[in-house]
Write a protein that binds this ligand. Sequence first.
Ligand SMILES: Nc1nc2[nH]c(SCCc3ccc(S(N)(=O)=O)cc3)nc2c(=O)[nH]1
Length: 280
Amino acid sequence: MKLRCGARELDLSLPRVMGILNVTPDSFSDGGRFHALDAALRHAEQMLQDGAELIDIGGESTRPGAAQVGEQEELERVVPVVEAIAARLDVCISIDTSSPAVMSASAAAGAHLLNDVRSLTRPGALAAAAATGLPVCLMHMNGEPQVMQEAPHYDQPIEEAVLQQLQDSIERCEQAGIARERLLIDPGFGFGKNDRHNYRLLNRLEYLQQLQLPLLTGLSRKRMIGAATGNPIAAERLQGSVSGAVICAMKGARIIRVHDVRETVDAMNVLHATLKEGYV
Ligand SMILES: Nc1nc2[nH]c(SCCc3ccc(S(N)(=O)=O)cc3)nc2c(=O)[nH]1
């Protein structure tokens, strides 16, 4: 499996690390300190040095209960950051947005991957994504961030519900002219799921391999980690997050979306050595 990222191709036969770059005032774990362009650029450079091969830039916080952000505000937050990183760093740039205008502007500014937690359901998003020609990550979400964690409920096993919604999203994309080869999938840990749902989904992550598309996962510093480790503070969930990253990678995830790049890259290198049977 390969992922085209501009002039480069990412070989997805081994798990790759995607560093999170929140450019929101209220990001759920960075304390929103990366709102300034220069701070964002320094953070991106650090994650690249630490071994991240993709950077996911997000201007809208989609954590549970987060307020929606206006399109103009989101554009002003992310486009300058995409431009600055595209101009200075050799890295695969992902844009975490549901807004068609932000998708188009970010693609024009140099983004290589569209990461939409709402799977192109906003009006105009399918057409905008198709027009960019970029790969698209489709993610399962139950409800909207404002209400998704109130009382998540499923009439079927979570892995079946996630598979079904992802299949529906894939079909919508194909009908809109987005070839299946351009798609990635993601179970959406924490998006309308309680801790039981999240851990059953993690336990059965291989179930999604039947879609035969690159799998991206993001459980870094999320509530499910804190629930298992008894740690209420998101920024202190490092060990649990790295453990979750290894489990995802061993169960087929090829892009791991994380806050703590250096530590996760070390864990992925141990996995790489194992998958390649050491360096002999
Ligand atoms: N593809 C992809 N993109 C993502 N963007 C985000 S932002 C995180 C929003 C959030 C924060 C915290 C909780 S919680 N209540 O579980 O701690 C849920 C969602 N995440 C993901 C993810 O996974 N995939």
